[in-house]
Design a protein around this ligand. Sequence first.
Ligand code: SF4
Length: 164
Amino acid sequence: MEEYICKKCSQLYPTCCALNDEQNIIFPLSNLEIEQIKKETKEEFFFLEKVTAEFLNNLKKIFPEDKKIFSFFKEKKSYFRLNIANKKCIFLTSKGCSLKVKNRPFFCKIYPFWVINRKIVFFKDNNCFAQKKSNQVKELLKIFGYEPEYIFQLYENYKNNLIG
Ligand code: SF4
């Protein structure tokens, strides 16, 4: 189901894999994610971005209960992130993401869901095809065909690999 939703969104809207003028991709890539993507492509898909005050502020917002992540990046000068071209992730095509689901970054797999204080939440996105059908976490999980455990597992894996 998820593939269908993402494909449909990518044909109708700018999608969550593209940016508007005010947005910036804040999600850092872990070494594990980079190695995973390298199995599928020889393209230059990531680069080193400076750690800025804005980046650190955003990290605080998305990991409010995890000070380790904030401290880890505060000590660093840069972090890896996905390449973009024309304000879109380089892997975004008219058919959605060109990467196999298993090789996508954790954040891409978990989106639009997230975990805050051990609760599943979701990033509000007016263009999300699934969110046009429901704005309840339970219902959205059903639409995507995800069990709550899957979301918790992705979230933990992402956190652990970021600072691992
Ligand atoms: S890797 Fe795929 S899912 Fe992730 S931002 Fe790029 S196009 Fe979107």
